[in-house]
Design a protein around this ligand. Structure first.
Ligand code: FES
Length: 287
């Protein structure tokens, strides 16, 4: 169903934008962790985006995307008041959120545009009554996302930048390690959303502390319905489909080496697809 863009904000001009969409049916049922699959026009490629926020009262959802290829470039060319051809969702399994009694705390880690998806999960933990520490990182302060939004409800927002232009100089994993050391066993869960190397590094770090860790995987997706197999990952030695079994999994059980290999092996084809592909999945066939 055509979905109207109510608000557009270029968070990092030419690179990352935020859209607020008029999607009351999705907003009514979407929970943290859910994602949508959209097509910008009738013949467009289907691609997934995690829901960064919902407003049930106004019937809106918020999505954030990195302008990376043809489809996101097409999306970037749409302005407020225009329509996306269709937005399907909410898809995937919602985040498992449980209440942790004080002094237990939850750390939510975000990198890149993963900060937007992490925002929705952190909000869910806050609404459940948990003490939430958000850790966000970027190469420099101009690339930090959602710092202001997270500070509206998180108990603490810790920032790192590679160049030290804001917050602690270094990588976001350093922030997590610092809190794991200083909290002395009070961290009940860590959630990490962002680039695969970051999620892997966080998972390897928390394993040593015995802290349960949830990651949200950004596998390639085609149908988003569990039928094509494109998004398969190995978790705890079992094959899982990110679109229907995830996108969130136990970070200590994910085979990150395989995931990185699969993502890397499609890179050249992806470039071609991004530049030239026009999806024919929903073309009407001649009788
Ligand atoms: S995208 Fe096809 S099985 Fe998940």
């Amino acid at each position: 169903m055509p979905t109207k863009i109510l608000h557009k904000e270029r968070l990092i001009p030419g690179r990352t934008s935020k859209l607020v969409l008029d999607a009351p049916q999705i907003a009514a049922t979407a929970r943290p962790g859910h994602f949508v699959i959209l097509r910008v026009d009738e013949k467009g490629e289907r691609f997934p985006l995690t829901i960064a926020d919902t407003d049930k009262e106004h019937g809106t959802i918020t999505i954030v995307y990195l302008v990376l290829g043809r489809s996101t470039q097409m999306l970037e060319e749409l302005e407020e008041g225009q329509f996306i051809h269709d937005v399907c969702g909410p898809l995937g399994r919602a985040t498992h959120i449980q209440r942790f009694e004080a002094p237990k705390k939850v750390i939510c880690v975000g990198g890149g545009t993963g900060v937007a998806a992490m925002h929705h999960i952190a909000k869910g933990h806050h609404e459940a009554g948990n003490y939430v520490i958000a850790c966000i990182g970027a190469r420099n302060k101009d690339l930090l996302l959602f710092e202001k939004e997270l500070s509206l409800f998180c108990d603490e927002v810790l920032v790192s930048t590679d160049d030290g232009s804001e917050g602690q100089k270094g990588i976001v994993t350093d922030l997590v390690k610092g809190r794991l050391d200083s909290e002395g066993g009070n961290i009940a869960e860590v959630v990490a959303v962002g680039p695969v190397p970051m999620m892997q590094a966080v998972s390897e770090l928390t394993r040593g502390y015995g802290v349960p860790t949830t990651v949200s995987l950004n596998s390639l997706m085609v149908d988003g319905l569990g039928m094509c197999g494109a998004c398969r990952v190995t978790v705890g030695g079992e094959m899982k489909f990110t679109c229907v079994d995830g996108p969130e999994f136990d970070g200590h059980k994910v085979d990150f080496a395989e995931l990185r290999s699969r993502l890397g092996s499609f890179r050249s084809q992806e470039t071609v697809v991004r530049e030239h592909h026009r999806c024919n999945c929903f073309e009407k066939k001649e009788a």
